[in-house]
Design a binder for this molecule. Sequence first.
Ligand code: DLL
Length: 440
Amino acid sequence: MSTFVVENRIWDPAEQMPRQERAALQLARLRETVERAARVPFYQKFFQKTGLSPEKIRTLDDLRRLPFTTKSDMRDNYPLGLCAVPRAELARIHGSSGTTGVPTFVGYTKKDLRTWAGLCARFLVAGGLRPEHTVQVAFGYGLFTGGFGLHYGIEEVGAAIIPAASGNTPRQIMLIRDLEPDVLICTPSYALNMAEVMHSMDIDPHTTSVKYAHFGGEMWTEDLRVEIENQTGILAFNNYGLSEILGPGVSGECAVREGMHLQEDHFLVECLDPETLEPVEDYSYGELVITALTREAMPMIRYRTRDIAALDPCLCECGRTTRRMSRVMGRSDDMLIIRGVNVFPSQIEEALLAVEGTAPHYLIEVDRPGAMDEVCVKVEVNPAFFSDKMSEMQELRDRIDRKIQGYTGIHVKVELVAPRSIERSAGKAVRVMDHRSKRK
Ligand code: DLL
């Protein structure tokens, strides 16, 4: 466990704004957003059909009269049909990873880019960043929002950046060894990948200069945080965002590390039952639906993120007055419905990490060879536990199966695989392969 202590510092006084004052600001910004959205044909059609107009937005509850925006609306308006400014005013274009279907693009004005840098600066400072620190950014610099988004946030704070970008792990390690950054930025799975490569190079990850890290971009569990901290000795912070709304900077953890502070003066966040689309109670899990309040280029109204998380309205001891969101339990489109039971990959990750002898590298394969869904969880065995004895391996497999059943209620096939046989990623790890679609 890291001995590094993060001092509680606030980057922007707006983070401590009294809640009532923030609500008034949100309402004013919501009206402006609706006005900007009215220039976009997609939203214009809705306003014409329903007779709703920006001046009819009188309270924050009127948000619920506005339409949802989905990923498919973005695809239908490909490539930049949801932009509210002339092309000449765009300063940058980013895109989603586009692993499924058509990619989606997001436009930013110069002002959007400045706002974005400020929002990243806020959570970076909340999680320890100081101007005297050096940060290694191991996110892709490109259409993905991770690299450039964090880069300008760090620059805003005035810290030094090593823009390593993603991949080439031995070179990342050489940069850490020679340039001695205090902070690492990447996906949590890539940090594990780096720790493993360090071991193969006879470097103990506990001996590097890195004191803490900001991880985001993919689902990870609290147990994985403990695993990474134990393996590396760094303090790990979580931050969340998505390109459709902005990129990183929607929320992030402070030194308390009990939930991610939502940047509510820039985003209106609802947590809804994904079936009924009615709000769920505080602390209950639902789908996050986000309205971006200050985006000039792409005013996004009630974007259905598909991310399942819970909201915590409790005031945090750090002094920020914003609500916090829990970890993302998973995406509703990654939720597996196995013989009628809903299962999130994060539950399987929790179960695997609770069994001694497993390594935090796994792949969930889903198939439907006959009438029933079948799940096979491939998991690597910790080299220290790898045994030639069939009976020992059988016993480990049974323990994993029982643990998964305990966490999820379903019985899966467990396949123990050799250390390093599951493909490592330099960005977002692939945790689920669903072969059912190929059978349709
Ligand atoms: O991943 C933005 C980002 C970059 C956030 C770097 C944080 C750090 P997209 O590629 O559009 O954007 O993917 C967004 O990734 O809807 C979530 O499902 C997932 N995600 C992002 N951060 C987290 C997190 C970036 N901290 C999608 N925990 C989102 C869980 C996350 N899931």
